[in-house]
Ligand binder design. Structure first.
Ligand code: PNW
Length: 448
């Protein structure tokens, strides 16, 4: 079987500012919630802090050449809000934006298309101190910042994503406490942070459009719960589609439909967030594209005895995971999430904006990194993308997470997600076996 991809398929790689840049305090940058969080002993594995990290801030030219050598056509990176507005709002710091001007120019000069994520979790500390995502002030500040960035970059950057994974910068930080700001708050407050994240997306999308020429495209990056039929019968497929819409009520379904699902309202009762109809309209502003970050599956079965006609099938204790406990293996999830997005909301431009896994990478004495498990993970997921494309689902591109080993949030530098190995002492980059697989797959435009 030939796993050929559509013509003009966009092969990309992704990173995020806080995870790869290092030099977090250079050139007038302000502090962020994540830097503050890292500085609290015991929050991040090994108390790692990415002050140096992979240092893309100084090594971006080398990284652009690396992408070029792999045949990568598009680079998804994020902008550090605290570099551009050190206080979150007020006076911009021109030196902060200059870095992104240089990066964008370097990418374009080398034939690589920039895809900009405006917010990938590094919130200026000043805003966190005023309530962070508990406050709609943060949603409005995001829009001002996004509009400013668009006004400076949209002559050259034609693709913007507002925010990355609302659930991770809200619930994971304010409910689970695993991410910045490390709080464990009540359900109503947590629901408010999630809602304010959605509002921030809608306001930012409108602000980007208002500050860009007409050829600019704007969308969201979300990591929906990937509801996968436990196996492919019409009943389980129907159950998984229903589950996908309901289980993503808080973010993706709200953003695509502009109202809370009946199921969500019934489940939350008195814990609903404060919202207005006009905010819901803003939240549901039509997008030009939708970015999906795909990692792990949720298995769903038809169950006529359950209230909504489906149930979650718990994973067996031996279900394989990819070197980190939460990342259970399930490459079929990529196909089903793409398909349900098309079937439920008639998406026209879908991108896989992240997909990848950590591995216990080691340099061999010959200087190679033989990450056979990551290669398997990427190949099986790409076959799912190919299946979706062959079904006529409009999947336009794929960004591997990640170009480089980087700071994996609460897991620090322990977990390596790159297709390129980074020696954190010398900053030397070494493409892994998976990078060679990716290079050859791009060259063939078929999954190898
Ligand atoms: C995404 N989970 O985060 C982020 O967008 C990246 O910044 C991150 O490095 C990458 O995935 C790998 O983790 C997630 O626990 C973090 O389910 C955690 C989860 C999912 C996504």
């Amino acid at each position: 079987m030939d796993y050929r991809m559509p013509e003009h398929f966009l092969w990309g790689a992704a990173t995020a500012s806080f995870q790869v840049e290092g030099h977090l305090e250079a050139d007038g940058a302000g502090p962020s919630n994540w830097l503050d969080f890292c500085r609290k002993p015991g929050t991040v594995a090994n108390d790692d802090i990415p002050l140096v990290g992979a240092s893309q801030y100084t090594l971006y030219k080398e990284d652009v050449q690396l992408m070029k050598s792999l045949g990568i056509k598009a680079y998804r990176f994020s902008i550090a809000w605290p570099r551009v507005f050190p206080e979150g709002t007020g006076a911009p710091n021109p030196k902060g934006l200059d870095y992104y001007n240089r990066l964008v120019d370097e990418l374009l000069a080398n034939g690589i298309t920039p895809y900009v994520t405006v917010f990938h979790w590094d919130l200026p500390s000043a805003l966190e101190q005023r309530g962070g995502w508990r406050s709609k002030e943060t949603s409005r500040a995001l829009a001002d910042y996004a509009g400013y960035v668009a006004s400076k970059l949209s002559d050259r950057v034609k693709n913007f994503f507002t925010v990355n994974e609302i659930i991770c910068f809200t619930a994971s930080g304010y409910e689970a406490g695993r991410f910045a700001p490390g709080l464990k708050l009540d359900p109503k407050t947590v629901n408010q942070t999630i809602y304010n994240g959605c509002l921030g997306h809608g306001l930012a999308l409108n602000a980007i459009r208002a500050n860009s020429p007409a050829d600019v495209r704007v969308g969201l990056v979300d990591n929906p719960l990937n509801c996968v039929p436990v196996y492919e019968t019409p009943e389980h497929i129907e159950a998984a589609r229903k589950a996908f819409r309901i289980r993503n009520s808080r973010i993706l379904t709200l953003i695509r439909e502009g109202r809370f699902t009946d199921e969500y309202i019934a489940e939350q009762g008195g814990n609903m967030p404060d919202f207005t109809d006009s905010e819901l309209k803003t939240i549901a502003t039509p997008m030009d594209c939708l970015g999906l970050n795909i990692y792990t599956p949720e298995h769903i079965a038809a169950d006529p005895a359950s209230p909504y006609g489906y149930r979650t099938v718990p994973k067996s204790d031996s279900h394989p995971a990819m070197n980190v406990e939460w990342l259970k293996l399930g490459p079929e999830s990529i196909y089903w999430t793409l398909r349900f997005c098309k079937e439920l909301w008639n998406e026209k431009n879908l991108y896989i904006t992240e997909n990848g896994c950590p591995a216990a990478d080691r340099l061999t004495p010959e200087g190679e990194v033989l990450d056979t498990d990551r290669l398997m993970y990427l190949r099986e997921h790409l076959r799912g993308v190919q299946r979706a494309a062959a079904d006529g689902i409009p999947v336009k591109g794929y960004f591997v997470w990640s170009l480089l080993d980087n700071f994996e949030w609460a897991d620090g530098f322990q977990k390596r997600f790159g297709i390129v190995y980074v020696n954190y002492s010398t900053l030397k980059r070494t493409p892994k076996l998976s990078a060679k697989f990716y290079r050859d797959t791009i060259a063939a435009n078929a999954v190898l």
